[in-house]
Design a protein around this ligand. Structure first.
Ligand SMILES: [Cu+2]
Length: 112
């Protein structure tokens, strides 16, 4: 997933919401010893003015917590992303099969 900022000021992806999950968090991956872990990004992901940021496997991702339903592969789900300056932006996510390992993703969900 790529986020482009056409504006003259930097913006920050700070959160989101979705009907199919209790919570949406912006996460980053990091290594602790040999173990890959994830944590919420403090202050959000910066999208530079006139620039872009890419959410990709092993880096930043959107995390859905407390899934309320099973998502169906090859369908689309609406998600509202919240930016510090731009406010709420509604986007459509394509639901894809998660690859082996479970960490190769730009968005994923977790049951509570
Ligand atoms: Cu995560």
């Amino acid at each position: 997933m790529k986020i482009v900022n056409a504006g003259a000021a930097p913006d920050f992806l700070i959160g989101g919401s979705a009907e199919f999950a209790d919570k949406v968090e912006i996460h980053e991956m990091f290594m602790e010893g040999d173990v890959m872990k994830m944590r919420p990004v403090e202050g959000g992901i910066e999208v530079p003015a006139g620039g872009e940021v890419e959410l990709k496997p092993g880096g930043y991702h959107v995390m859905f917590i407390g899934m309320k339903k099973q998502l169906v592969v090859d369908t689309y789900e609406k998600v509202r992303l919240v930016f510090k300056n731009a406010g709420e932006v509604e986007v459509e996510f394509a639901v894809e099969e998660m690859k082996a390992g479970g960490m190769d993703h730009t968005a994923h969900g977790q049951q509570n």
